[in-house]
Ligand binder design. Structure first.
Ligand code: TZP
Ligand code: MG
Length: 212
């Protein structure tokens, strides 16, 4: 499967404003989301796997990859397309050994030393996290901001995804400063129309990619 990082939806049911989780994701995909990460911090393993299976079925019909946050075991259990790991999750080499070749592995970089260390791994992408401060996740390191993103772009050979505080008003500048794509929770999950929100974000990203 060809990796298109442009518009990466990271799920959070609590951000969906009481609307059906699968409806929100499907609308977002219809609007142009290119990857989906299932991020569940409080489900039981059983419920996580059930949700991942259902999401995989849904996404397969749109040819959109399913990435599992943190949990390599859940990714293996449902044969997901890949995992997203953070600095306190399973190390890259271990995840790679368990998943085998051909799976997507993304890693979050929260500080400069994470970026330098990540040069050792054959990542599918590096997530610059958080790019901006966001109420969706407050237990973070200092936001990178655009100058930090420029620094990462110079240091890293990996495709970059930015996450944290992204919306239609700043997606363009994030891409101009080196991101291959943007990852969002609230800009899609909490939007009145997740489909329209995804369309507008996608347009902002593609405008920047086509620049000048
Ligand atoms: N990791 C870093 S920031 C963040 C995650 C999961 C939350 C991003 O949420 P939002 O609503 O797109 O700012
Ligand atoms: Mg994690």
């Amino acid at each position: 499967m060809m990796l298109n990082l442009e518009l990466y939806l990271v799920t959070d049911e609590a951000a969906c404003l009481g609307r059906d989780f699968f409806w929100v994701v499907e609308e977002a995909v219809k609007g142009g989301v290119t990857m989906v990460q299932l991020r569940e911090k409080s489900l039981s393993t059983r419920a996580f796997i059930d949700r991942a299976k259902r999401l995989k079925n849904l996404l397969e019909s749109y040819n959109v990859p399913l990435i599992i946050n943190d949990r390599v075991d859940v990714a293996l259990a449902v044969d997901a397309d890949g995992v997203h790991i953070g600095q306190s999750d399973m190390p890259f080499q271990t995840a790679h050994r368990l998943l085998g070749e051909g799976k997507i592995i993304g890693l979050s970089a929260e500080k400069q030393s994470d970026v330098i260390e990540a040069e050792h791994w054959n990542l599918s992408y590096l997530a610059v996290s958080p790019l901006f401060a966001t109420p969706t996740k407050t237990d973070t390191e200092q936001p990178w901001e655009l100058d930090g993103l420029q620094w990462v772009r110079q240091q890293s050979r990996h495709p970059l995804v930015v996450i944290g505080g992204l919306h239609t008003g700043n997606a363009y500048e994030a891409v101009l400063n080196g991101a291959s794509g943007i990852a969002v929770v609230s800009a899609i999950c909490s939007a009145p129309s997740p489909r329209e929100a995804a369309k507008e974000l996608k347009k902002a990203i593609q405008d920047a990619i086509l620049w000048p």
